[in-house]
Design a protein around this ligand. Sequence first.
Ligand code: FES
Length: 258
Amino acid sequence: MPEYQENSIIDSIDRLAESFYRLSLRAPRIASAARPGQFVMVSCGPFLDPLLRRPFSIHRCNGSDTLQLLIRVVGRGTELLARCRPGQNLNLIGPLGHGFNPPAAKTPICLIGGGIGIAPLLFWAERLEPPERCTVLLGSRTGEELIQLAAGFRDLGCRVEIATDDGSLGHHGLVTDLLAAHLPATAKAYACGPMPMMAAVAQICRDAKVACEVSLEAHMACGLGACLGCTVHGTGNRYLHVCKNGPVVNAEEVAWQR
Ligand code: FES
């Protein structure tokens, strides 16, 4: 799969909620090669500090010249990215990793996203023909974080259900509380979010005998398979390197209990 280092140009940066931003970037080589579920490593500024690039799932991509990233401000690197302005350059490496594997044609699909893990699911929903076959379950801390993200899925024709920790929108509780009711009518599930959420999704899907892929989140220093900093335990005493073996893997490949 092709990988590029590209100096992108920021088209726009939109604040979606407190600490949540959507960055639109012009990066034609990466955008034309990107597949849903893949990620990019982003240099957070023109200087050496912070030294390490940050990994971001590709949130949307027009397939020719523009891609979007969803950013939650959690530290110095993401704070610098949130302060960027249109016209600035950001150096990217990508597209990286393995993306989602397609389901059987026309079968019903369930997408489950938690927090910043919602990011790659919109790109995936855009490529699933027809997107109307997708039920999308979104969870987050507050409703404010989900309003614009949910609208993106609804605009495609997906059915959307919401769960929030504070009960400000949709179901008051966990997004996994919503899942079991949908599985009898689901051929395949795709999840991305915090590890405990994905462990619960994997277990619920296993119990219902529904195939499930997860997009793993991990700290990544290189994104290229060199530092081994993104290791998670796999089944059969294997290690999975999220940047190279993933980020998307079959949920049955992960040793969730370790
Ligand atoms: Fe360095 Fe995966 S991030 S090996």
